[in-house]
Design a protein around this ligand. Structure first.
Ligand code: ATP
Length: 363
């Protein structure tokens, strides 16, 4: 049977374990060997104990856990040809010619480069006598399938990324928790949530938590927002509301491009309204904890589909990403999605928000 290598790379997210488990198990069903490649590309380059054959038992009891049990890392040597030659040699020694990459756009780009370069990598390794002619012949193609693990939901081509739903739940729990104490003392709370380029978490959490106001990178507030915000908060209080909740995405900015930070908003409220106002930065709490049912099932479905996609791949099949379209898991071209995601980031950097939002929409 074919050998599959599965790894997680870049920032971790809840639900990655479920995806890894599904890859291993679908692999078993189809008679493949599956290898965990630990610590992302670093483990692929380092080889040895970092690449271990998966068993049914070792993939049990992991889908309930947050993070990624096989580890993730950033790896500078994989960006160099020497690093990729070493990684390829480690794979070839184990007859692994199928890769499942679970990560963000950077990790997927790396996987795609690796796949495209594979024929020249084989030539080079063989020229340097690091692989045999038989190995060269039996590992002539590398198939690559990606899945997006990211709490930000910032990848073009899928409705949801693995981890977003859990991060939302975590934010919701925090806001609900804080709301009870805020209400007792008639406080205003300004909460900073993750999202440098993408306001999805802040926006959806604000809807789910009845926030009074939300700041997101894609939508800098109109000039004079300070007055509008204060009026709104005092109007809420005058109708008997005992607390205020304001969410600020990390990357929120005003029309001049200046950051709108949680502290800035807090100072404004204290200065103008004299409310007892506190800031809470949620930080890594959003990445932590056990995955929601949605993320567990999403990981399962995507992982299973990833293996099916590998089995269908021919030497001419470009790398694909498994994505969620409505309620269907589908295969979409990897590089198209990565490029679109990078275009969105560029548009955001240039503060061309309409273009960013347009690109993110389905086409
Ligand atoms: P996140 O969204 O959490 O940042 P990511 O996958 O985008 O996840 P990166 O740090 O961009 O995170 O990439 C993770 C790793 O993927 C890098 O450390 C590097 O090893 C590899 N990688 C990224 N881009 C490339 C590239 N152009 N060529 C080769 N390898 C790359």
């Amino acid at each position: 049977g074919k050998a599959i290598g599965v790894f997680t790379s870049g920032g971790d997210s809840q639900g990655m374990n479920s995806a890894v488990r599904a890859v291993v198990r679908m692999g078993f069903y189809l008679g493949c060997k599956t290898f965990y490649i630990k610590e992302g590309y670093q483990g692929m380059v380092d080889g040895n104990d970092n690449i271990v054959e998966a068993t049914w038992a070792s993939s049990s009891g992991i889908m309930q856990l947050g993070g990624t049990v096989i580890g993730s890392a950033r790896c500078s040597s994989f960006r160099t040809l020497d690093g990729r030659l070493q990684a390829a040699q480690n794979l070839i020694e184990r007859n692994i010619t199928n890769l499942v990459c679970i990560g963000g756009d950077g990790s997927l780009t790396g996987a795609n480069i690796f796949r495209q370069e594979w024929p020249s990598i084989l030539e080079e390794l063989s020229k340097r006598n690091r692989i045999t002619e038989e190995q060269k012949a039996s590992c002539s193609h590398l198939n690559v399938v990606g899945m997006v693990g990211s709490i930000d939901n910032d990848f073009c081509g899928t409705d949801m990324t693995i981890g977003t739903d859990t991060a939302l739940h975590r934010i919701m729990e925090c806001v609900d928790t804080i709301s009870t104490t805020a209400s007792s003392h008639q406080r205003a709370f300004v909460l900073e949530v993750m999202g440098r380029h993408c306001g999805y978490l802040a926006l959806v959490a604000s809807l789910a938590c009845e926030a009074d106001w939300v700041f997101i990178p894609e939508w800098p507030p109109e000039e004079g927002w300070e007055d509008t915000l204060c009026k709104k908060l005092s109007a809420e209080r005058s109708t008997g509301q005992r607390l205020n909740v304001i969410l600020v995405a990390e990357g929120a900015i005003d029309r001049q491009g200046n950051p709108i930070t949680a502290n800035k908003v807090k100072d404004l409220i204290i200065d103008r309204l004299k409310y007892d106002t506190r800031v809470t930065v949620l930080g890594h709490v959003q990445r932590g904890g056990s995955p929601t049912a949605f993320d567990r099932i999403l990981g399962c479905r995507m992982g299973a589909e990833a293996v099916l996609a590998l089995m269908d791949a021919t030497p001419d099949t470009p790398a694909c990403v498994i994505s969620l379209d409505g309620n269907q898991t589908v295969r979409v071209p990897l590089m198209e999605c990565v490029q679109k995601t990078q275009q969105v980031q560029k548009a955001m950097d240039e503060r061309n928000f309409e273009e960013a939002v347009r690109l993110r929409g389905k086409s």
